[in-house]
Design a binder for this molecule. Sequence first.
Ligand code: FES
Length: 116
Amino acid sequence: MRVKIEFQPKGKTVSVNKGENILQSALKNRVAIRNRCNGNGTCTTCKVKIATAEPMVSLPSTQEMRMLSEQALTEGYRLACQTRVYGPILVQIPEEAWKSTVKEQIERQRQEKEGI
Ligand code: FES
């Protein structure tokens, strides 16, 4: 079964397999989310905000409980690599993280183009 995830500020809605995590879903669909630890739940660079009331997602993992404050979890922040999706949700990628990821991608593309 498939579920929809809307990513903002990218403004992109994708359809993914139920139970997939947010980070995998984003990367497969060319939505940039930073992931310094490659999804091991140890860096927090993939922190996103789920802006859906009563979202159908997995409960916070032990790793998330360790890495995010109780207040952040209450406000809807989650680690994209640790959060599985079971129903339609809206995901806000924090503006600063979004901008630096896009800058990194542009720089990587420039270096590939120039053969650096
Ligand atoms: S990618 Fe590092 S915590 Fe999610």
